[in-house]
Design a protein around this ligand. Structure first.
Ligand SMILES: [Zn+2]
Ligand SMILES: [Zn+2]
Ligand SMILES: [Zn+2]
Length: 475
């Protein structure tokens, strides 16, 4: 089917053609959209191609003609992918391959914590390298069984990862950590624009980075040193501050993502397999050894593509754990006429200053012995949301990890996390659950130890202050 491949001058035309073709699809062709910078002056063109035909042609091109990009088409199932990069001169002390491996380890751990379905190893991650003398550059493409709904969902997921990094660093306390002044955490909890959200996280983290100079602690969950996690933020090339090691600009609609074996039009470096890569093609006995590319090369190339073209069982969920919309302070200000003033925050650092005993207690509550008596199940407090108005004053504590004990089912959930809600006026807490079956469930109300709720004791002191003795003292 020679006409399965067609080239266009505009992306819109190419997308139309692709859509039309898929509508009338009567063959088993798998269409991809590529863009390439064409000779002589590098003008962009767009090619809709059946993947088999494309690969065959692509592997015959000489290196100086391979400037091809996969277009990550809008609303198509997507793999988890990252574009990692930093300026080498601005970051002289970073060991790039080590940083890449640490980053992968953190992501894998985050996935495992999130769901039993997301249990993968570094062998499931294809790592590509396109480092130049000026810029360290890696692409990661995760070979998960399930895809994301589209690459916008991938961007949301990556933001959850960055939020987790943020939480790990900001909540760590140890003698080595020098206390720095309180910073304002992001107020606008919107994932709508993944670059804005990740930037807010950065702004909130920046003042804390110097705290870790004398900290040698290891994060229980990722098994990474906090000191190494700090490197997930790198110096900008122009020296004007820091930026995430993973480029958050790559999760936009119809994003172009440079292919394995391709270089930029004006550059030499093409993507190759990185030295620290551990993903391997499956060895198979092949019919013909002379075919170009060979089977292993073909598998590798397919693994490097972001579009998920296999049968879909389900999509990886990226919704935030707590679906109840707790609004930020910003949204309160947008509604000045609201009759009942309501205070809301999810600034964990502020809360640990306001209620240190409570935060400490709740940090250690989600753990128990494993059923077989060996080891412990443990979940880490990663987020707390406080709400205070005339009707209620509550803090919801959200966790990730393998402690998911739900009082409703009287055992640990397999995938969904549980959370606790503290009633700040009563000094009690209840277990709640993110599982859809337990949505309305509330656990037995339990009383917090007195030393955990000193603000309630303060109330008692106030009562005492009413008596004449103390009045005398103050007068
Ligand atoms: Zn420490
Ligand atoms: Zn980039
Ligand atoms: Zn439950």
């Amino acid at each position: 089917m020679a006409y399965a491949t067609r080239t266009f001058w505009s992306q819109a035309e190419a997308l139309d053609f692709m859509m039309e073709r898929q509508k009338n699809n009567n063959s088993d062709e798998i269409l991809y959209l590529f863009s390439f910078e064409s000779q002589p002056e590098g003008k962009r063109r767009y090619q809709v191609a059946d993947i088999d035909i494309f690969i065959h042609e692509y592997y015959q091109l000489p290196a100086n003609q391979r400037h091809t990009y996969e277009i990550i088409v809008d609303k198509k199932p997507s793999k988890l992918y990252f574009d990692l990069e930093y300026d080498i001169v601005a970051n002289p002390n970073i060991d790039g391959p080590r940083l890449t491996t640490n980053f992968i380890q953190f992501v894998l751990n985050f996935m495992r914590k999130r769901s039993d379905d997301l249990d993968y190893s570094i062998k499931d991650v294809l790592v590509l390298d396109s480092t130049s003398p000026k810029k360290f550059s890696r692409h990661l493409i995760f070979q998960t069984k399930d895809p994301f709904l589209d690459n916008i969902a991938v961007g949301k997921f990556v933001n959850l990862i960055l939020e987790d990094i943020h939480g790990c660093l900001i909540n760590h306390q140890c003698p080595g950590v020098i206390n720095s002044s309180l910073s304002r955490v992001q107020q606008n909890q919107s994932y709508a624009d993944s670059t804005v959200f990740s930037k807010n996280l950065l702004n909130s983290l920046e003042p804390h980075l110097s705290r870790f100079e004398h900290c040698d602690c290891i994060d229980d969950y990722s098994q990474l040193k906090f000191k190494d996690m700090i490197e997930f933020m790198v110096n900008k090339s122009d020296g004007t501050g820091i930026i995430w090691f993973c480029d958050m600009g790559v999760y936009t609609k119809n994003r172009a993502f440079r292919l394995l074996r391709s270089s930029k039009f004006d550059k030499q470096e093409c993507f190759t397999i990185a030295p620290e890569n551990q993903w391997k093609p499956i060895l198979r006995r092949c019919r013909s050894k002379t075919s170009e590319p060979n089977d292993a090369e073909r598998q590798t190339f397919m693994a490097s593509l972001v579009y998920f073209n296999k049968p879909i069982r389900r999509f990886i969920d990226v919704d935030d754990e707590n679906p109840t919309a707790i609004q930020s302070i910003n949204s309160r200000m947008q509604r000045p006429n609201h009759s009942s003033p309501s205070y809301m925050t999810d600034d964990m650092r502020k809360m640990s200053l306001d209620y240190p005993e409570l935060i400490n207690y709740m940090s250690n509550i989600a753990r128990d012995k494993k059923d077989d008596g060996n080891g412990i199940r443990i979940s880490r407090l990663y987020k707390a949301k406080e709400i205070q108005n005339d009707f209620r004053w509550e803090i919801s504590f959200l966790y990730v990890g393998d402690y998911k004990y739900c009082e409703k089912i009287k055992r640990h959930h397999k995938a969904n996390n549980i959370y606790f809600v503290v009633d700040m006026r009563k000094g009690t807490y209840r277990q709640k659950c993110h599982d859809t079956d337990c949505k309305t469930f509330q656990g037995v109300e339990q009383t917090l130890p007195q030393h955990v709720t000193p603000w309630l004791m303060l109330l008692d002191d106030d009562w005492e202050n009413q008596n004449p003795q103390s009045l005398q003292k103050t007068s």
